[in-house]
Design a protein around this ligand. Structure first.
Ligand code: FAD
Length: 404
């Protein structure tokens, strides 16, 4: 039997199975995930799910009936424990051996550990899985003082979801929020908003030890010499790609599973997609790893085309969103390496966009509560329309008009 085996049933794994069927693939598809639940979306875990406005069922990427109707053999609670590239076989942790013609590694990422004392105390949480979110949601109910370690998207979304009666301190080692992903004006605006709503932000401060009593967290000792009291600590220190299986199999890895422009690993019948994949940027050729729904689904659609005989180069436009304090941040493109910015609209009105340029050319747009700008920016950037800094900063310029 011709078979595609997909290791990892997250956003990317489920999408590659669905896209294979959509592109007419009629062979066997085995989708294997080690979490013991139906595959689910992660973005709501730090947003509506924590706020209690989303049920667990509505997190599911697809209903159970979808897998049956599409003849996708979904195994949950089972890990792919080994892959043999020579015999093209995979081994599962329940002892099963499977043959594959195509193997897709969609193993995702795991929370980065801080490597400081006290990380295993009760009341200290990363947030990656439904399991984490269930425990966090439970403990938030009785929390009074929360320390968030890391001022990235997930830490800030959790800080936003906490009720007004909870004191929140965010420790960020860098000098600004979400510094790896957004421009300075956007970081600064979000810092103002979080501060205005009562969060204490500490920049240039890292956690050095998590303190506890009776096995439960009581506070965080930080690099500024202070101890921040806490009955709950959220660790939002980023993720590390899950390359365990790829490394064991002998595939090339380097901060991710290294793939070429068509998302093939160092073995031509093995692909890697989503958070675990390090792939070349279509413009610069530089290897990058992105962590987003767009990246997972874009990669998946591409690999489905590769497997069904329409090979090519992956070059989808990255986009991303984050919800914090009633503000919707939407990002089109990547601001990495930008050398200047301009602001469209009035930050004081709570609706504006930051436009990022590299060498005088528009490369990314960050919109805050301006969805029309974001939609126009996606159109412009996807069509590789050349917009110079002078075009964008000219009086009367709007992204919407430019995208027509
Ligand atoms: P995952 O979704 O992590 O799936 C990988 C799966 O593979 C996991 O279930 C893992 O357990 C399993 N696995 C690993 N190894 C094996 C193995 N050997 N055998 C079997 N199974 C295995 N992105 C956005 O674009 N916008 C957002 O607002 C946003 N918010 C987020 C909020 C949170 C709290 C989190 C955690 C992520 C958020 N993301 C967001 C990121 C987005 O969810 C990820 O980029 C996306 O889930 C990546 O999909 P993936 O399939 O590559 O990895």
């Amino acid at each position: 039997d011709v078979t595609t085996v997909i290791a990892g049933a997250g956003q990317a794994g489920v999408q590659v199975a669905a896209s294979l069927r959509q592109t007419g693939y009629a062979e066997r598809i085995l989708l294997i995930g080690d979490e013991p639940v139906l595959p689910y979306q992660r973005p709501p875990l730090s947003k509506s799910y924590l706020l209690g406005t989303t049920t667990q069922d509505s997190l599911n990427l697809r209903p159970q009936t979808f897998y049956e109707a599409q003849s996708i053999d979904l195994l949950t609670g089972v890990q792919v424990s080994g892959v043999d590239l020579t015999t093209t076989r995979a081994e599962l942790d329940d002892g099963t051996h499977l043959h594959w013609d195509h193997l897709v590694l969609a193993t995702g990422a795991r929370p980065r550990q801080l490597g400081i004392p006290g990380e295993t105390l009760a009341g200290v949480f990363p947030l990656r899985s439904l399991h984490h979110a269930q425990h966090l949601a439970e403990q938030i109910r009785s929390a009074r003082e929360v320390v968030v370690i890391g001022g990235g998207f997930i830490g800030l979304e959790i800080a936003s979801a906490l009720g007004a009666t909870i004191a929140v301190t965010v420790l960020e080692g860098a000098s600004r929020l979400m510094g790896r992903a957004v421009t300075v004006p956007t970081s600064d605006y979000f810092a103002e908003q979080h501060t205005a709503r009562g969060a204490q932000l500490r920049f240039g401060v890292t956690a050095t030890e998590i303190l506890g009593a009776g096995g439960r967290v009581t506070g965080v000792r930080a690099s500024d010499g202070r101890v921040y009291a806490a009955d709950l600590v959220v660790v939002g220190a980023g993720v590390v790609p899950d390359t365990t299986l790829a490394e064991k199999a002998g595939l090339a890895t380097d901060n991710g599973i290294v793939v070429d422009a068509s998302l093939r690993t160092s073995h031509p019948q093995v692909f890697a997609i989503g958070d675990c994949a390090r792939f070349p940027d279509a413009g610069t050729g530089r290897l990058q790893r992105l962590e987003s729904v767009q990246n997972a689904t874009g990669h998946a659609d591409h690999v489905a085309r590769e497997i069904t005989g329409t090979p090519g180069i992956y070059q989808d436009l990255p986009w991303f969103w984050s919800d914090q304090k009633g503000l919707r941040l939407q990002i089109a493109g990547l601001a990495t390496g930008h050398d200047s910015t301009a602001v469209l609209g009035e930050p004081a009105s709570g609706k504006f966009s930051v436009v990022a340029f590299r060498a005088g050319r528009l490369i990314a747009v960050e919109s805050i509560n301006r969805p029309a700008d974001y939609q126009a920016a996606r159109k412009l950037l996807a069509s590789a329309t050349w917009l110079s800094q002078d075009d964008v900063t000219a009086a009367g310029f709007t992204l919407k008009a430019a995208a027509l």
